[in-house]
Design a protein around this ligand. Structure first.
Ligand SMILES: [Zn+2]
Ligand SMILES: [Zn+2]
Length: 112
């Protein structure tokens, strides 16, 4: 989605009123691009220590499983675990341990 088109949509949502805040956030979520592959992120991969949420799960899985890298690509901080989730505001700390499932190599999926 082009920047101007996005702004138009955000503005029209804004005009609807305060309820629009939720809508704008939804549009934002759809349009977040991964800083590594530039794909629009559907599943966020959020490291436990820094909680950066601008990298998609494809890139993080590749780093962890193929390259054996556990440092965040944005801040270089090491994380033992990374949360895979559709909600970019989530963190591992926020989740109750019963609601997350560790699969392998510190990769944790949030149960929907
Ligand atoms: Zn990516
Ligand atoms: Zn980071």
């Amino acid at each position: 989605m082009g920047f101007i088109k996005k702004m138009e949509i955000e503005y029209s949502e804004f005009e609807v009123g305060r309820e629009a805040g939720k809508k704008v956030q939804e549009i934002d979520e759809e349009s977040v691009q991964c800083v590594i592959c530039t794909d629009y992120i559907k599943y966020f991969a959020i490291p436990e220590t820094c909680n950066h949420n601008l990298i998609c799960w494809n890139c993080v899985l590749k780093q962890r499983l193929k390259l054996n890298q556990t440092a965040c690509s944005m801040c270089k901080e090491e994380s033992n675990r990374v949360l895979i989730t559709t909600d970019k505001t989530q963190t591992i700390v926020k989740w109750d341990s019963r609601m997350i499932e560790e699969v392998t190599n510190g990769i944790v999926f949030s149960n929907p």
